[in-house]
Design a protein. Structure first.
Lengths: 176, 168
C-alpha cells in the first residue's frame, strides 16, 4: 500500500490511477466545501468536477512545499467558486438554496429534529462572510488541521485561529 | 443546540455516487498538460530576482552603517565641524557670557536696591538673608542667579515693580 506522498509523486508523473486514488480521497471533501459555498447541488457538482479536472491537467506543476495535498485542492476550489460568482453576477438568496442534499443516505437516516438543526446551521453559514465560511467548513466540518487550513487559505496559523474565533461568534449570533 | 456537533453532522452530506463515477472517469480520461517550456527561463529569472534583492538589501545595510561617515567626509554642508572639541569650546564660551551677564545684572541691582523697612515683613516671600551688597571684584565668587533674584524681590516694592526694573 503506497503512502500519500508516493501516490502524489506517481500522479505528478502522469499516472492516472494514482490521481484516481487522490480523487476518491478528496472529492467528497471538496464537493461539500463547494456545496456549502454555492448552495446548489448541481452547481456544486459542476464546480467540483472542474476543480478535479483543473487539478489533473495541472498536476505536473504541483510542487510539494511541505503543505498537504488537500490545501492545493482547496485553493483551486476557492478560486473556482470566486470565478463562479464573478461570472454569475447574482446573489444566492436563502430561499433559493437547494435542500436536495438531505436525500443523501447518511443524512436521510437522521431524525427530523437533527435535520432541522442542520438546516438552520447551514443557512446561517451561507450568511457569513466568505472567509468565515471557509474557515468553519475546513476546521469544523472537514476537521482539517490548523496547518492545512492556513495553507489552503494562504494565512498564518495565528490568523486562522483568530478568524475561527470570530467566525464561530458570528455564526452563533446568527443562530441565536 | 451544540453548534460544533451540528457542524460535524454536516459532514454526512455526500455527493451522488452516479455523479461521482461519471465525473471520475471523465477527469481521468483527460491528459495532464505538459510542464511549461519556459521553466528554465523562469528558474533563471528567479535567480536574478533573488540576487537583485540580496544586493539591494546589502546596499541598504551599507548605507545605514556607513552612510553617516561618508556624509561627514563629503558633505558640502560642513557637518565635519561637528567634532567634540569644537562643541566643547563653544559651550564653554556660552557659559562665560552668561556669567558675565549675571555679573553686570548684579552690579546694576546693587546700586538701585536699597532695603525698605516696611517690606522686610512682606508676607509674599520670606526674605533670604541677603549678603551685604558690595561691588564684586573679578576674583570673588559670582552668586547664582536664583539667590540674586530672591534678594532683589525682597528689597523692592513689589513683584511688578521688580519686573519693570528687569524690563528696563
Amino acid at each position: 500500500m503506497m503512502d500519500e506522498r508516493q501516490i502524489i509523486e506517481s500522479a505528478v508523473g502522469g499516472e492516472a490511477s494514482a490521481f484516481g486514488q487522490l480523487y476518491d480521497r478528496y472529492q467528497p471533501k471538496i464537493y461539500r466545501f463547494v456545496l456549502f459555498k454555492v448552495g446548489h447541488r448541481e452547481e456544486a457538482e459542476d464546480l467540483t468536477h472542474e476543480v478535479f479536472m483543473s487539478a489533473w491537467q495541472n498536476i505536473r506543476n504541483y510542487r510539494d512545499f511541505g503543505f498537504p495535498f488537500s490545501s492545493w485542492l482547496y485553493q483551486i476550489a476557492r478560486n473556482r467558486v470566486i470565478d463562479h460568482y464573478r461570472t454569475k453576477k447574482t446573489n444566492t438568496s436563502i430561499e433559493e438554496v437547494d435542500p436536495e442534499y438531505f436525500v443523501a443516505p447518511a443524512v436521510a437516516s437522521l431524525a427530523l429534529e437533527e435535520k432541522l438543526e442542520m438546516e438552520r446551521v447551514r443557512r446561517a453559514l451561507t450568511q457569513l462572510k466568505p472567509e468565515y465560511q471557509d474557515v468553519i467548513i475546513m476546521r469544523f466540518i472537514e476537521e482539517l488541521s490548523l496547518k492545512e487550513t492556513a495553507a489552503a487559505l494562504g494565512k498564518t496559523e495565528g490568523a486562522v485561529k483568530l478568524m475561527q474565533h470570530r467566525a464561530m461568534k458570528a455564526l452563533q449570533g446568527l443562530i441565536s | 443546540m451544540n453548534l460544533i456537533s451540528t457542524l460535524k453532522k454536516l459532514r454526512n452530506i455526500e455527493p451522488d455516487s452516479h455523479y461521482q463515477m461519471r465525473s471520475r472517469s471523465v477527469v481521468l480520461r483527460a491528459t495532464p498538460s505538459e510542464p511549461p517550456a519556459r521553466a528554465v527561463w523562469g528558474w533563471f529569472m528567479g535567480n536574478i530576482e533573488s540576487a537583485a534583492s540580496l544586493a539591494l538589501a546589502g546596499l541598504c545595510l551599507f548605507l545605514i552603517f556607513a552612510g553617516f561617515s561618508i556624509w561627514k567626509s563629503f558633505s558640502p554642508l560642513g557637518i565635519a565641524r561637528l567634532d567634540l572639541a569644537a562643541l566643547h569650546a563653544e559651550a564653554e564660551a556660552i557659559d562665560i557670557q552668561i556669567q558675565l551677564a549675571n555679573l553686570r545684572y548684579q552690579e546694576s541691582t546693587s546700586s538701585v536696591a536699597m532695603p525698605v523697612p516696611e517690606l522686610k515683613s512682606a508676607p509674599l516671600k520670606k526674605p533670604i538673608e541677603a549678603p551685604a551688597v558690595a561691588p564684586l571684584s573679578s576674583t570673588e565668587e559670582i552668586p547664582t542667579s536664583s539667590s540674586t533674584l530672591e534678594t532683589t524681590e525682597a528689597s523692592t516694592l513689589s513683584i511688578d515693580e521688580a519686573l519693570e526694573e528687569l524690563a528696563k
